[in-house]
Design a protein around this ligand. Structure first.
Ligand code: NAD
Length: 335
């Protein structure tokens, strides 16, 4: 099948080309991200492949469908950037990669938490300047602390298990569906409000939906324990950035580690080192000593990239052969 692959990076080219030896699709790698202005590049392509910050809203989907696209293949798990209702109306199928190494994201979440809590990022910068002073680098043990996990699906369950069994935290969890295995190992399911009141650390692993948008807002921050540490490797808009900045300035929040950011589409995945960043909220976040930001890289392991490439191309092969689409997204999940 002819596939227009938007937002291509070197690693996409490498891993998709590797997996395609088996599938034999015609891959067209395009560097621009998909939006209304770049949709014409997909003229005549029956399949379009996109990532987290490509935009497949109603206008883009109308354009793609009019140009002959019948399949949108997400090479990621989250699908908040696709207007599923419009896709269904236009007869455009949408597939995704629901599970590619949840370990990649769970392990990165723990890496961020440890780096933030033990100030590894600051120590690294100091030592490079031959500054071996330890002042200001006092951390906290994870052992014995109360950690809250919001969303205990594939990734959240691994994080909860690691914190509970690996580090000896007391783990609280919140989800619309409880995982009996986690409950059996001592994880306590509580309502989100109670989790926020009791937890010293909160890690977000629920999808971005109207219900979860700004789940961490000014109200949540006001009710949370003083010194709360927040880790977000899920989706940026789970947190109200302005409320977060206010909470940091008020010293109510103890630390924040973000791999995702509400307005990341304007920033992430690009080298902007010679540019002036216009997003003042983002720039303010970077000035706090207790904030650690990475550019949406939790998924970026060799194992995950192999899994993403293989499942993406298998999804497209299934569509081409008219086989049932195991990884299609139900339009009923539309936002
Ligand atoms: P998943 O579908 O397995 O788990 C999501 C969980 O959230 C489910 O258990 C679901 O019941 C729960 N949930 C839904 N609504 C909720 C609500 N209102 N409150 C609490 N819980 C709720 O998904 P996953 O594979 O574990 O991925 C989690 C998220 O991680 C994805 O949605 C995606 O946005 C993000 N992600 C980020 C990266 C990255 O590189 N940073 C990579 C992959 C996935």
């Amino acid at each position: 099948m002819r596939i227009a692959i938007f937002g291509t990076k070197d690693y996409d080219r490498q891993f998709l080309s590797g997996a395609n030896v088996v599938h034999g699709h015609e891959l067209h790698f395009l560097e621009p991200r998909l939006d209304e202005s770049t949709a014409p590049l997909a003229q005549g392509f029956p399949a379009v492949c996109i990532f987290v910050n490509d935009r497949a809203d109603a206008a883009v989907l109308e354009r793609l469908a009019a140009q002959g696209t019948r399949l949108v293949a997400l090479r990621c798990a989250g699908y908040n950037n696709v207007d599923l209702r419009t896709a269904a109306r236009l007869g455009v199928a949408v597939v995704r990669v629901p599970a590619y190494s949840p370990h990649a994201v769970a392990e990165f979440t723990i890496a961020l938490l440890l780096a933030l809590d033990r100030k590894v990022h600051r120590a690294w910068a100091r030592v490079r300047e031959n500054n071996f002073s330890l002042d200001g680098l006092i951390g906290r043990n994870l052992h014995g602390r109360t950690a809250g996990v919001i969303g205990t699906g594939r990734i959240g369950a691994l994080v909860a298990r690691t914190l509970q069994l690996g580090f000896g935290c007391q783990v609280l969890a919140s989800d619309v569906v409880e995982d009996p295995e986690l409950a059996a190992m001592g994880v306590s399911y509580v309502p989100p409000a109670e989790l926020l009141e009791r937890a010293e650390i909160v890690s977000l692993h629920c999808p971005l939906t109207p219900q979860t948008r700004h789940i961490i807002d000014a109200d949540a921050i006001a009710k949370a324990r003083e010194g709360l540490v927040i880790v977000n490797t899920s989706r940026g808009a789970l947190i109200d950035t302005r409320a977060l900045i206010a909470g940091l300035k008020a010293r109510r929040i103890g630390g924040v580690a973000l791999d995702v950011y509400e307005q990341e589409a304007d920033l992430f995945f690009e080298d902007l080192s010679n540019e002036i960043i216009e997003d003042d909220d983002f720039q303010r976040l970077l000035t706090f000593p207790n904030v650690l930001v990475t550019g949406h890289q939790a998924f970026l392991t060799q194992e995950a990239l192999e899994g993403i490439a293989e499942t993406t191309l298998a999804n497209i092969s299934d569509f081409e052969a008219g086989r049932p689409l195991a990884n299609s997204i139900d339009p009923a999940l539309a936002r």
